[in-house]
Design a protein around this ligand. Structure first.
Ligand SMILES: [Zn+2]
Ligand SMILES: [Zn+2]
Length: 479
């Protein structure tokens, strides 16, 4: 992770000279001597570390998925600098509420994006800062986020839970790189010398594959990997390898670093007593955002003892029209199922609510092919599906009211029972409300959603039926 000093001087003009001078005072020739000028670099919670996990091994996933919010938003401007230690990109948004942020997983709050940058080596066998069971890859990508409740990046830099950094490791083994890498690499010619800086045409951060990756992330508590080495970072390193070509690796090596450095990865640090935990992030989902939380739609009444606000909605489908729904009516499976996930407002966040038995309320609607017209809600999402076919893709859609799904009809009846999420981590936290009507969708629309590619080559995303055990159903009418 790159120089905090340089970033500080963007905010505090009085420290400009000092900040720049300090930032030049470290080199990668011997990263073990950083502690002489920056004592925190000798601390007990330093990064990077070796992650004791081998590719293909299974892990225990913690409850609470990592959520990527607003990463499809195109920045209003994007500036790249060669700061002498790396190539660093600052995306900015005029309207603070458009800024992408991470939440969920191990994070107790919202962490907004500040900058992203790269670490590389002298050849393809080195470059990443983190290693997996001793295996180093050719490059590592860091996305640096700070906790928004601290107000500013520099205030967060002195708080123990101030930063969250996403790490993604790259190797030249699969061929093509992501669009995000291509967009930055195109500009490398203008960044050859330290202090070179350019503005580029903004692109959404979802152009990097790690964003919205449905993969698993390993988390541990650590530090910035450059001086001052502040111990303020919740690390989230993707357990996936991302692809870059050998040509592209050669191009980033032509970016000159300060002090004649030929790489910019720090030596591994001791783990000491720290622990690793594993989290997953979610896939094709729609996350509506309301600027004013008071306007956020909520459910109440029926089996629900208080207000449950909307978090996201998503779909389950199958290989053909005979399968796809997760719930069945007397053994009859329909072609698709919509889930609208809500959380109990008094628990403060989705992540906190999913740890509670009464934390979530999920509305389910089952769809069957019909000549009838599908709802406006379905039509508006389906218009975007072609842009969501590749894994990890994300788009912004023109917002529409959730009433466009046609679920608010007063004649509808709902069956309620207590159950779980239908994907790992399967938290038993959900009051289910399954609409007893079947909703219309066309054959063409069902065909379109099957073109959305799922991870692992999966052809469907419905879970098999589970045992009812002693659970009861109750029926409610909406009004
Ligand atoms: Zn870094
Ligand atoms: Zn679902």
């Amino acid at each position: 992770m790159t120089s905090i000093m340089v970033i500080l001087c963007r905010f505090f003009s009085f420290s400009l000279i000092w900040g720049l001078a300090k930032s030049q005072e470290f080199s990668y020739k011997d990263t073990t001597t950083w502690g002489q000028n920056y004592p925190t670099c000798n601390g007990n919670n330093q990064s990077p570390v070796d992650i004791p996990w081998g590719f293909g091994e299974t892990v225990i996933i913690q409850p609470g998925e990592l959520q990527w919010i607003n990463y499809g938003n195109i920045p209003d401007s994007m500036r790249i600098v060669n700061n002498g230690h790396t190539v660093q990109i600052y995306p900015t948004w005029v309207n603070a509420s458009d800024r992408p942020y991470l939440t969920g997983g191990p994070l107790g709050g919202q962490y907004v994006i500040e900058q992203f940058h790269f670490h590389w080596g002298q050849n393809d066998s080195v470059g990443s800062e983190h290693t997996f069971r001793g295996r180093r890859t050719a490059m590592e990508f860091h996305m640096v986020h700070w906790k928004s409740e601290y107000g500013t990046f520099e205030a967060a830099a002195s708080q123990a839970d101030g930063f969250a950094v996403i790490g993604a490791l790259y190797d030249p083994i699969f061929g093509k790189s992501s669009r995000g890498i291509e967009e930055i690499w195109r500009e490398l010619g203008g960044l050859r010398q330290p202090n070179d800086a350019i503005q580029i045409i903004p692109f959404p951060l979802s152009d990097f594959e790690v964003v919205n990756s449905r993969d698993t992330y390993v988390s541990y508590y650590g530090s910035l990997t450059t001086p001052g080495c502040n111990e303020v970072v919740t690390w989230l390193v993707a357990l996936d390898l991302f692809s870059i070509t050998s040509d592209e690796l050669q191009q980033i090596r032509s970016v000159q670093l300060g002090h004649g450095d030929t790489h910019n990865y720090r030596a591994l640090q001791n783990l000491n007593n720290r622990q690793f935990t594993y989290y997953q992030s979610k896939s094709v989902e729609i996350h509506p955002v309301w600027r004013n939380n008071a306007y956020r739609p909520y459910l109440s009444g029926g089996p629900l003892r208080s207000q449950y606000v909307v978090e996201q909605f998503h779909f389950h489908w199958g290989q053909n029209n005979n399968v796809g729904s997760e719930h069945t009516f007397r053994g009859g499976r329909s072609s698709m199922e919509l889930h609208i996930v809500h959380w109990k407002r008094e628990y403060g966040s989705f992540a906190a609510a999913m740890q509670r038995r009464d934390g979530l309320a999920v509305i389910a609607a089952l769809y069957q092919p019909s000549t009838g017209r599908s709802s406006n809600g379905i039509q508006q999402i389906w218009r975007q599906l072609r842009n969501l076919r590749q894994e990890n893709s994300a788009v912004q859609v023109s917002p529409f009211p959730l009433s466009d799904f046609g679920l608010l009809n007063p004649t509808h009846r709902y069956m309620s029972y207590f159950g779980s999420l239908t994907t790992p981590t399967c938290n038993e936290a959900a009051t289910w409300l399954v609409a007893l009507n079947l909703f219309p969708i066309s054959n063409n629309e069902l065909r379109d959603i099957r073109l959305v590619r799922l991870r692992h080559g999966d052809r469907h995303n419905y879970r098999p039926l589970q045992r009812l055990n002693n659970r009861r159903f109750t029926s409610y009418r909406s009004y």
